[in-house]
Write a protein of this length. Structure first.
Length: 527
């Protein structure tokens, strides 16, 4: 018998989730958005309308399609439509300001932009500096009563989409599992964000990794209010929930009191909120007023989580399971419910489709208890960084993802993070890279040198502290620093603290020793 070549391209895509669910559970609510159910059949029908519209305006396989929106049903329609046609979704962080958005739109080469009305003022000043086609600015009405009307330079989503048919679109070119699905931007330590490319097959493996770890199905109700532009919101919450036939409770934005009330109202079985969000939820007192007995799984994390918060949730019957992932490799490991207290501080064990190890600088696998870099292999790992081959080569070495985080694992195989490499910190669940903000502040006429580190913050988990060496006869206040950052960096990136210093600790090669700053100012190095 002749040998056979089994390697072939598989024609399948993430848009089939909407197709299959419409056939299997057509009348079941896919999501309940602001208390209004959206059945799986309607989800697929509206997805098809959007897909036909995208074809009508000339978008082809591989074109980038951007969205700047709050959580909404239209986000889902665009996501699955893009998947069906082989386009590439570029979800934009709605907390960014105009120049930051312009960088990502230019870097990705997006031809199309769907934006919520509340972001009109952010897009208008940069609309002539970005590659979006002049006829492909699409305005979307939000729930805000004060938002501006559709500007003359955009088209109204509801006007242009409704006339298109509900039948399944036929892509001009086959969509394959290995084709790119999305570009998710993550802040760069050099100041320039990087676009992690996620393809269809990686997304299906994420679905399996998340679902097999939590063993959820059609009887589950999933409550999460993470923004859908986040990898955690789109790929770890929404996509696995819909693929497995769960009903997802979704609101336009996060309201801590309403989040708690929704647990009882919808008898949620899985709830997911970042550490800062859980802190706000606890502060409302609502968890002491509602019935949480329906909840089987509580997911959280996102930044350093104090033991007091874990204990406070446990006292209310909620065992928060932390995990670890990056935009480059989502949900690579997680902690089981029974280990929440026993293994406090652990990020858990690798998932079904993650092979994680601790590696020495010379590439050797380290034994339990020894600290090294956390590296990963497996089908969850990104394809690479968009248009950044050298950075891809440095991060993906022979198929191994170098996370840049230091950690170790114990004798039972549970992993722990020791330090965040490259000085990144998380504020309110958002990644903040000090170099990005330092790059802006270096342009301030009164600043000679600057270093920013993350410090503990009761409200946000962590926030920034800036150490500034002034120019001769220069002066600077925290308010003046913030004024300089206005319009140049999102507010969550602004350092909350400012300390003026005579000099900064430097290496022989002129690099700032941030480790010394952390030690001198009470920041733990073993976090």
């Amino acid at each position: 018998m002749e040998s056979m070549d089994y390697k072939r391209s598989v024609r399948w895509n993430v848009g089939m989730i909407a197709v299959k669910r419409a056939a299997m559970t057509p009348d079941k609510a896919a999501i309940i958005f602001e208390d209004e159910p959206l059945p799986f059949k309607k989800l697929n029908d509206e997805t098809n309308r959007v897909a036909h519209y995208l074809q009508h305006i000339g978008l082809k396989k591989g074109d980038r399609v951007a969205i700047l929106a709050l959580n909404c049903c239209e986000f889902l329609y665009l996501y699955f439509a893009v998947a069906k046609l082989g386009l590439i979704l570029v979800p934009l962080n709605f907390r960014l300001v105009g120049p930051e958005l312009a960088y990502q739109l230019n870097d990705s080469g997006a031809r199309f932009l769907l934006f919520h009305d509340v972001f009109t003022g952010t897009i208008e000043p940069v609309k002539d500096e970005i590659p979006v086609d002049k006829d492909k600015f699409i305005y979307l009405k939000s729930l805000s009563e004060k938002a501006p009307d559709c500007p003359a330079w955009a088209k109204n989503f509801s006007d242009v989409v409704t006339r298109f048919p509900l039948d399944e679109p036929v892509p001009e070119e086959p969509v394959l599992l290995e084709d790119p699905l999305a570009i998710i931007y993550t802040s760069g330590v050099t100041g320039d964000p990087k676009g992690a490319v996620v393809n269809h097959v990686q997304t299906f493996f994420k679905i399996m990794n998340v679902s097999m770890g939590a063993m959820r199905g059609e009887d589950d109700v999933y409550l999460a209010q993470l923004p859908l532009f986040h990898s955690g919101g789109l790929f770890i919450s929404l996509t696995p929930a819909l693929a497995t036939g769960q009903t997802m409770i979704l609101r336009q934005g996060f309201d801590p009191a309403k989040f708690a009330e929704d647990i009882e109202k919808y008898k949620a079985t899985t709830v997911f909120a970042l550490t800062t969000m859980w802190r706000f939820i606890l502060e409302t007192g609502k968890l002491d007023e509602i019935d949480t007995s329906s909840v089987r799984t509580v997911l959280g994390g996102g930044e350093r989580t104090p033991i007091s918060l874990i204990e406070a949730l446990k006292d209310r019957g909620l065992y928060m399971q932390q995990g670890f992932g990056q935009t480059e490799n989502s949900a690579m490991m997680g902690l089981g419910r029974d280990d929440v207290i026993r293994k406090q501080g652990s990020i858990g064990k690798p998932g079904w489709f993650s092979d994680i190890r601790i590696q020495s600088p010379d590439g050797k696998r380290l034994p339990p208890g020894e600290v090294g870099e956390i590296v990963a292999v497996g089908p969850l790992v990104m394809s690479g960084y968009w248009n950044k081959p050298e950075m891809t080569k440095a991060t993906l070495v022979d198929g191994v993802l170098h996370t840049g985080d230091l950690g170790y694992y114990d004798d039972e195989g549970y992993f722990y993070i020791v330090d965040r490499a490259k000085d990144m910190y998380r504020s309110g669940g958002e990644n903040v890279y000090p170099a990005e903000v330092e790059k802006i502040l270096y342009n301030h006429p009164n600043i000679q040198n600057i270093a920013i580190i993350g410090v503990a913050d009761e409200k946000w988990g962590e926030t920034g502290k800036a150490f500034v060496v002034l120019e001769k006869d220069g002066s600077l206040t925290r308010e003046e620093m913030h004024q300089f950052l206005e319009g140049k960096a999102a507010k969550y990136k602004w350092p909350s603290h400012l300390e003026l210093v005579e000099s900064l600790p430097m290496t022989a090669t002129g690099k700032i020793k941030k480790s010394e700053l952390k030690k001198a100012h009470g920041v733990r190095l073993d976090r």
